[in-house]
Ligand binder design. Structure first.
Ligand SMILES: [Zn+2]
Length: 290
């Protein structure tokens, strides 16, 4: 069973990640050069094949290596793997929220952990906690719960686990979002999340500023990420660096760790194994404990 290694300090994490560069050259590069790799999917709990996505001018295995059985990508399987670790460690029925619902990750995770509540951000004019008819494809309408990471409907200290994947970089006021996340977690509860993370940077990069009239003042060239829900993707305010750890502590999290997972056979590889410092793109996620 693949384990995520958790680090509470930057130096320990950097030493472990950079020490994997040779292994990336040996194991990850051949995977990136192929069209599919056989291995073992931790989400399925059985042998499977991972599809190496083509397209773009460089490999992006973080958003690829889709398992042919469950359909989860590297990033989604990493979240699934971390959730499995928490569910196993804490035991029993937990109270947990995943800030996505229209995704394959939600479907796979909810099938295994029915106590997990799913939601989407459906717009600033919607009421948190309420469900709306919502479609990601014209033929598929579903009742979907709306939640906003800056104003949840969840009561204070009501959750054991809060999970989000590549959400935070799209929210301008990071502090407000993190304080709200801390509010709804009980003491000892944990938030698991991924963000695009610049491992070599101390300071986060602010890419744009939200103005009072709702428009965005661009500081860096605008970046939009596809979220599978909105056409054209959503605007990215932040590229996070290590100061995200301080922001998490300021928001009320007692313990902040960064998890590292390199297991090529299980489909956990560097995102772009061909580059010199490929270790900077290894699968990572954060665990912030209240
Ligand atoms: Zn799978």
């Amino acid at each position: 069973m693949t384990r995520i290694s958790w680090f509470a300090d930057r130096d320990g994490f950097t030493a472990a990640a950079s020490g994997l560069q040779d292994a990336i050259v040996r194991f990850d590069r051949p995977i990136a050069a192929s069209s599919a790799a056989s291995g073992y999917c931790t989400a399925c709990g059985r042998p499977s094949e991972f599809e190496v996505g083509q397209g773009g001018d460089h490999p992006n295995l973080r958003e690829s290596l889709r398992c042919r059985r469950c359909g989860l990508t590297t990033r989604q399987r990493l979240i699934h793997c971390a959730l499995a670790g928490e569910a196993e460690g804490r035991g029993g029925a937990l109270r947990g929220a995943l800030l996505e619902k229209s995704t394959r990750l939600y479907r796979v995770a909810h099938a295994r952990w029915p106590w997990l509540t799913g939601s989407e951000f459906l717009g600033a004019d919607r009421v948190p906690g309420r469900s709306y008819w919502w479609s990601t494809h014209w033929w598929r309408w579903r009742r979907t719960r709306h939640e906003s990471i800056t104003s949840f409907s969840y009561a204070a200290q009501s959750l054991d686990l809060l999970v989000h994947s590549d959400v935070l970089e799209h929210v301008f006021d990071t502090g407000a979002a993190l304080r709200e996340c801390a509010r709804v977690l009980r003491n000892g509860g944990a938030m698991l999340f991924t963000v695009p993370f610049a491992i070599g940077n101390t300071a986060s990069i602010l890419r744009g500023r939200l103005l009072p009239d709702g428009s965005v003042e661009h500081i860096e060239p605008p970046e939009y990420h596809g979220d599978g829900v909105r056409h054209g993707g959503i605007y990215t305010f932040h590229t996070f660096g290590w100061d995200i750890v301080d922001r998490l502590r300021e928001a009320g999290f007692a313990r902040v760790e960064i998890g590292l997972c390199h297991a090529p056979r299980e489909g956990f590889t560097a995102s772009n194994p061909g580059v010199a410092q490929a270790w900077m793109g290894l699968p990572t996620l954060f665990r912030a404990t209240r």
